[in-house]
Design a protein around this ligand. Structure first.
Ligand SMILES: Cc1ncc(COP(=O)(O)O)c(C=O)c1O
Length: 348
């Protein structure tokens, strides 16, 4: 652990979820908690989502999904895992009532072979143009037929049909939505009945009613992370959730050393690009080293032990995560998910 602390405002996270939930209703929200809840801490965030009334969690992988079950999150909460590895532990996942995103016949056969004591909860994925797994339109009928037959045999519960879209252009998204409708129609014609249809992540969920279907998968917006390009969280009615702080270790003339560096996950590109706040004053980041930042200070105004705010809601004069993302030419998600375990997470 270094001196750095990321303070996570769980009430702000819940408010963001509630705001997105009202905007997308009657569609339901799945809270995406992959990548250690985008660096915010898996279990506190998952429990907060459940406290906010969410009963779907998006885990990404089976290992994360099982960690949530092991921590006591029972099957009143559905947990969706969609990044399956070869030789996946299907049996353990099925027994733990993990919802599995399935793209191939091989995966369905592995599920049939896993022979668990309960049917596997399955969501069939169609590729609608992103080419990040999902069955092709050509393979779709065979995948659906096999799933329907495994359901009749009691080995599978066909819970969902889903896809993922780029959210980069309206025209491409419209085409993906059209392909999704076609795939659902084709599956229904083959005897499939799904409880939930889901396609959208944060951006499309808010922007496009036609993308919402029954369930939307919300990661970034719940953490107050906006797409950027002039659209920050405030424009979307969302609040920042994480504030990152550290302390001044020493001051020499007009340079102060701050206890956080690239080993904590701060990009070296921050040097010359962003500033931090000390008692409301902005100080430019001059250099990022392994365990320290060098910042430019006014001699006499800054002392060892002073609190340094790197980014947050802006209430202490600091830059927001969005400003960091814009300055580093990236998205907020990359900055928060880079933070390592050396940065203590504190929950308020
Ligand atoms: C399949 C899927 N759905 C939803 C999400 C959440 O996306 P966002 O953070 O934009 O809400 C992700 C995140 O990468 C994803 O991979």
């Amino acid at each position: 652990m270094t001196a750095a602390v990321a303070t996570i405002d769980l009430a702000a996270y819940r408010r963001n979820l509630t705001r997105v939930g009202s905007a997308v209703a009657p569609a339901t929200v799945m809270a995406v908690v992959k990548a250690d809840a985008y660096g915010h801490g898996l279990l506190p965030i998952a429990r907060s989502a459940i406290a906010a009334g969410v009963n779907w969690l998006g885990a990404l992988d089976v290992r994360t999904a099982l960690a949530l079950r092991s921590a006591g999150i029972d099957d009143e909460t559905a947990i969706f895992a969609w990044l399956l590895v070869p030789d996946e532990h299907f049996r353990e996942a099925i027994e733990a009532r993990i919802d599995l995103g399935i793209s191939t016949l091989e995966q369905l056969e592995s599920i049939a072979d896993a022979a668990a004591s309960v049917p596997a909860r399955v969501h069939l994925k169609i590729d609608t143009g992103l080419h990040r797994n999902g069955a092709s339109a050509a393979d779709w009928p065979d995948l659906v037929r096999r799933a329907v037959s495994l359901e009749s045999a009691g080995l599978v519960d066909l819970v969902g049909v889903w896809t993922h879209i780029a959210e980069a252009s309206d025209a491409e998204d419209s085409e993906a939505i059209r392909r999704f409708h076609d795939a659902i129609g084709a599956a229904q014609a083959l005897g499939a009945a799904f409880e939930v249809r889901h396609l959208a992540a944060s951006a499309a969920s808010l922007a496009r009613p036609d993308a919402r279907f029954d369930l939307v998968r919300i990661g970034a917006f719940a953490y107050g992370i906006a797409p950027g390009g002039g659209v920050g969280p405030a424009e979307l009615g969302l609040e920042p959730v994480m504030t990152l702080r550290s302390v001044v270790l020493s001051v020499t003339g007009s340079t102060a050393e701050v206890g956080i560096g690239f080993r904590d996950g701060i990009s070296t590109a921050a040097a010359g690009a962003v500033s931090v706040a000390i008692a409301g004053d902005r100080c430019a980041v001059v250099e990022v080293r392994g365990d320290r930042l060098s910042i430019a200070v006014e001699p006499g105004r800054v002392h060892a032990g002073d609190t340094v705010v790197l980014f947050g809601g802006g209430g202490e004069g600091e830059a927001t995560l969005q400003e960091w993302a814009d300055a580093l030419d990236t998205i907020g998600e990359e900055i928060v998910t880079r933070l390592t375990d050396r940065v203590r997470r504190e929950y308020v």
